[in-house]
Design a protein around this ligand. Sequence first.
Ligand SMILES: *Cc1c(COP(=O)(O)O)cnc(C)c1O
Length: 374
Amino acid sequence: MKKIQMVDLTSQYEKIRNEVNAGIQEVIDTTTFIKGGKVNDFQADLEKYLEVKHVIPVGNGTDALQIALMALGLKPGDEVITPTFTFIATAEVVALLGLTPVVVDVDFDTFNINLDSLRKAITPKTKAIVPVHLFGQNADMEEILKIAKEHNLFVVEDACQSIGSVYTFSDGRKVHSGCMGEIGCTSFFPSKNLGCFGDGGAIFTNNDELAAKMRAIANHGMVVRYYHDVVGVNSRLDSIQAAVLQVKLRSLNDYIAARQHAAAYYNAVFSTTDKLIIPAENENSTHVFHQYTLKLNGVDRAALIKHLNDKGIPAMVYYPVPLHLQKAYQDARYKAGDFPVAEKLSNCVMSLPMHTELSEEQLKYITEAVMEAI
Ligand SMILES: *Cc1c(COP(=O)(O)O)cnc(C)c1O
């Protein structure tokens, strides 16, 4: 049996090696390393896949979030709401821009932003909501968009873990993750569902004006060469990464199906015990399983992880500390106990290997090892 990894990029690469290598070689041969044809081609392919008007390729997912917030013209002191149970990037860019991060609790079932907590956090200073579609499942966007409209707030989706996931509105409309709010952001970090061979990211929007502004911000605030209209940054997807992504985008739906297959295998086994709570799947969103995350119920997490590690199975805790308890984000407004669901989750979640190359043999081995330990 192949070595089990959280993410197996080697086996995935083996299957597309020739196409990927040819794409990279083409970039080298034409020396169009920055803003080359490959970036434009990938952008067009992704716009088509997502059915969104504008894809703006950038340097990484964190930059995507930063550029999105810069484009909204927010001022220091403006409040931006984001869930406390997530990766740090969202709160980080809010803080870096001098905006005020306001964190809210999440739902125990879905790990996504809790609507009551969100409603309670809105003040006259609130300007934007950044929902995170955690682990690959969309947050309750229909309600979030309603709340945003009611209070005149921008919605910037963090779709770094959810590319390819589809949300169905109550009128039957199906929209891709990241394409529902004013702006959506994604990451092409190698282990993400659509990952490149380094750093990469993209911004999505259907708004022409915001698209033009974000394109300029990502390129030194420049529209006409050497004329700078706004303060910008330097954040570009390079052509080699675009060449890789162009090839991998063609397989994205197959990659998603492989992840869903592995999740279904895990679910079938783990739903037979009440010591494990399998990931909840919402009716109105597909789940693309960036992570397969269990909630442990009366199981010693450290002991279970050690047992798995001893058998050659990696297991991770995403995320062990909610934002409001992180050292860098200590704030007089927040203390331990303020967000009980997020705090409980950080103590009971455990993510198992999840990628596109898990074999039946590996899935059997992993599930048996978990079941014998609990
Ligand atoms: C990965 C990730 C990011 C940041 O993406 P980078 O490309 O690593 O900068 C932001 N938010 C979430 C939820 C992520 O998972």
